[in-house]
Ligand binder design. Structure first.
Ligand SMILES: NC(=O)c1ccc[n+]([C@@H]2O[C@H](COP(=O)([O-])OP(=O)(O)OC[C@H]3O[C@@H](n4cnc5c(N)ncnc54)[C@H](O)[C@@H]3O)[C@@H](O)[C@H]2O)c1
Length: 397
């Protein structure tokens, strides 16, 4: 049977845009059962150099500077939205209006209100979606979810997630769009913490319902860029400095609907940890621990094992979800790009079979509401209720 071809339109060719591109390229090889191939059709970026790279190096048929051309083209079947946060809402609403399924990077927009608009528009248009909650797709995280959902560590009592990074720890680093409330929304809350909120909700299948948060800005100004880079690197800066106006650090106490309590913490300016993203789940009969820096490992303690009590390091292997698609041998570690390939497959399979297999706009909106409650808690100095979302989530499946 001949493969179905989906033509891709991608907006924003920075770090994530290039990664979405690589992920589409892997689909036919890693997920042959989908019987799909993607055609890199149109790339859109504001920078001329990125448009050149799109065609000459990445293999897109053409590159344009206005995303509306992508939406107006009836040949484009699916859209990737990888532009900075402040553009997410208008691009996603345009995709929904054009009836194009979209894979959007987190956070969906600059605040929960924008996430809500995106989620409701997608729901109304009936288009499949995916949201960039890539850490979910690590085989060890999927295994953790299976263990929790099967009740193997008992009733979940408490959780901890911390996402401590150093990507912004150098005060001479450029004042990119990420430090500007108008273009990013809040700071480390939507940039990193949202992944932690999603991981907890995904593994437990439960919603964060209430929280109390505190934030800090530790580097108050940064050099103004003269040339844009990709992600956190490659930027050039001037001698002039501008103000950082969103938080570098957040810490929160959280409560979940089913009764578990815990903490969420995130920093972008740590000295020491590089990308230490850890989730710990504690239950009445055991506990689990996963650290992105060693993403192939899951630490498991089943309390009934009284003789050798304590954590056991379990390395992902062919018996873990999706592992065999990437490596034939246990202990051969997967990488960040592989998670995104899984996400691409979930997105494309959602487009083909009409089911919502990938993290959805409901999940994106739910994580944004956690972030919004943190922002409100910082200003009220009190516990805040997390507003619940009205479109389906996948973490509650
Ligand atoms: N899922 C993850 O783990 C993860 C990691 C990093 C970034 N992200 C998210 O991905 C998104 C992009 O982040 P990034 O690090 O790739 O950013 P980036 O700064 O590397 O790239 C952004 C790109 O968008 C382009 N752009 C800007 N304005 C545009 C416009 N009007 N039309 C078309 N293109 C435009 C820029 O020229 C640039 O190439 C953000 O929402 C970010 O939060 C997610």
């Amino acid at each position: 049977m001949s493969k179905k071809t989906l033509k891709v339109g991608l907006i924003g060719l920075g770090w994530m845009g290039r990664l979405h591109t690589r992920s589409y390229k892997q689909l036919a090889e890693r997920f042959p059962e989908l019987n799909v191939q993607t055609e890199l059709f149109t790339a859109c970026d504001a920078q001329e150099e990125n448009r050149r790279i799109a065609v000459e190096e990445l293999g897109y048929k053409k590159a344009v500077s206005d995303y509306r051309e992508v939406m107006a083209d009836p040949q484009v079947d699916i859209v990737s939205i990888c532009a900075p946060n402040f553009l997410h809402k208008e691009i996603a609403l345009a995709a929904a209006a054009a009836g194009k399924p979209f894979w959007i990077e987190k956070p969906m927009g600059v605040c929960a209100e924008e996430s809500a608009q995106i989620a409701l528009a997608a729901q109304k248009a009936g288009v499949a979606t995916a949201v960039g909650f890539n850490y979910r797709h690590t085989p060890a995280v999927e295994k953790a979810r299976e263990i929790v959902r099967a009740g193997r560590i008992g009733r979940i009592t408490n959780v901890r997630a911390w996402l401590i990074a150093d990507y912004a720890s150098n005060p001479d680093g450029p004042l990119t769009w990420r430090y500007d409330t108008k273009r990013a929304g809040a700071g480390v809350i939507p940039d990193l913490m949202c992944h932690g909120a999603d991981l907890i909700q995904y593994i437990l299948g439960d919603r964060i319902s209430r929280l109390c948060a505190s934030t800090g800005i530790f580097i108050n100004e940064r050099p103004i860029p003269t040339k844009e880079g990709v992600g956190h690197t490659g930027w050039e800066v001037s001698d002039r400095k501008g103000k950082v106006d969103n938080e570098d650090y957040v810490a929160a106490l959280i409560e979940l609907s089913a009764g578990a309590i815990g903490t969420l913490e995130s920093s972008r300016v740590a000295n020491g940890p590089r990308a230490e993203y850890i989730v710990e789940i504690y239950g009445t009969e055991g506990s689990l621990r996963w650290n992105f820096e060693f993403l192939n490992d899951l630490w498991v303690c089943l309390a009934k094992d009284r003789e050798f009590t304590g954590y056991k390091r379990v390395m992902a292997g062919p018996d873990f979800p999706n592992f065999l698609r990437f490596q034939p041998g246990a202990g051969t570690s997967m990488g960040f790009d592989d998670m995104k390939a899984v996400e691409a497959a979930q997105f494309v399979s959602s487009v083909i079979d009409g089911a919502q297999n990938a993290p959805s706009v409901g999940d994106g909106w739910a994580a944004a509401e956690v972030g919004d409650a943190m922002v409100r808690s910082v200003s009220s100095g009190a516990w805040e209720t997390v507003r619940q979302v009205s479109v389906p989530t996948t973490f509650e499946k």
